[in-house]
Design a binder for this molecule. Structure first.
Ligand SMILES: Nc1ncnc2c1ncn2[C@@H]1O[C@H](COP(=O)(O)OP(=O)(O)O)[C@@H](O)[C@H]1O
Ligand SMILES: [Mg+2]
Length: 322
């Protein structure tokens, strides 16, 4: 693929405009599973749709893949309308299928050869198996793979057609932490080859570590879209410094330290303090200097930054449970 243009990131890979998908409500009437969302994915990005079960992630992805119909609104992939130019879109995208839907009686290698026969350009099956460490399993059936291996295979099967844009729906759901990390590495490698990756996840850590930008979806609505760092900065909460002191002091004394916005005391038997800090590089040394000068023992100092978990809570009013 030609990925050398310096303006690569400025090109749009996916454009979604006012997308709505209405379904019949189980208790009568209808509801918007996707309630009018708009966003753009730039070429070369890893873009995550983050949200809890039922947020509308799969519905959105299936519309982009040409597998589902929007009720209203439009979507384009690489400039092609996903409804009116479906064949153009399908030729350029890779879609991860669920491992369970593969042909039971074909070996991994045979499945990749078969998939490749559907496309004008295709990648070598042995190269693909090597990419995900499944060379030794080339003659195995999908049913003989571990969960992590099956998931890796389902991703690499999406690469057969050498696609420019890869769609992954919850690529690591149900995997143990080790297998999840292996898959993150694989997704990074796919992206490093110049492919745009659009994935859905309900794992905050996955979105935070993998995605260039994260769209937070809840009840079919896009509630925030930014880089992980941008989401956190937009919260305006800053860092927190927690510690214990050998005796109680006035919170005002601590709040007056440089780089400290305000101070809380949790005097639950012990004096535990919680500082909101705008500038930890100044606040933390100042805190140590203050404690030394005051002759008070300072213990268990921890500096924490807000995470996407805090962002999710602030934007939706509820937690995202794994
Ligand atoms: N074919 C369908 N018919 C009716 N409701 C559906 C259908 N597919 C999904 N839904 C509903 O739409 C909402 C969004 O579903 P989905 O896009 O699968 O969410 P997610 O992938 O974020 O878990 C959910 O409430 C789900 O039950
Ligand atoms: Mg889903």
């Amino acid at each position: 693929m030609a990925t050398t243009a310096t303006t690569f990131r400025d090109e749009v890979a996916v454009r979604v405009h006012d997308l709505v998908r209405t379904y019949p409500h189980p208790e009568g009437g209808t509801f918007d599973a996707v309630a009018g969302i708009s966003f753009e994915v730039r070429r070369g990005e890893v873009f995550a749709l983050l949200g809890p079960n039922g947020a509308g992630k799969t519905t959105t992805l299936e519309i982009l893949e040409g597998l589902g119909e929007p009720t209203t609104g439009r979507a384009e992939v690489l400039g092609y309308d996903v409804q009116r130019q479906r064949e153009e879109v399908k030729r350029r995208i890779g879609v991860q299928l669920q491992a369970s839907s593969y042909f039971e009686h074909l070996t991994l290698r045979e499945i990749l050869v078969l998939f490749g026969s559907f496309y004008p350009t295709r990648r070598d099956p042995d190269d693909l198996l090597a990419l995900v460490g499944l060379t030794g399993k080339r003659q195995a059936l999908v049913g003989q793979l571990s969960g992590g291996q099956a998931q890796r295979f389902s991703i690499v099967a999406a690469l057969v057609s050498d696609p420019e844009v890869v769609f992954l729906d919850e690529p690591t759901t149900g995997l143990d932490p080790q297998a999840r990390r292996t898959l993150w590495e694989l997704i990074r490698r796919i992206n490093a080859e110049g492919r745009t990756v659009v994935l859905t996840t309900h794992y905050l850590e996955e979105a935070e570590t993998l995605a260039d930008r994260v769209a937070i979806l809840d009840h079919g609505e896009l509630v925030a879209l930014d880089t992980p760092a941008g989401h956190i900065a937009a919260l305006g909460v800053g860092h927190r410094v927690r510690f214990r002191l050998a005796r109680l002091v006035e919170a005002e004394q601590l709040a007056a330290l440089p780089g400290v916005a305000d101070a809380d005391v949790h005097a639950n038997g012990e004096a535990t303090y919680d500082l909101r800090v705008t500038d930890p590089a100044h606040a933390v040394p100042a805190l140590f200097a203050w404690a030394t000068h005051a002759g008070i023992d300072l213990a268990d100092v921890r500096v924490t930054t807000p995470t996407l978990e805090d962002v999710f809570l602030a934007r939706t009013g509820h937690h995202l449970r794994d």
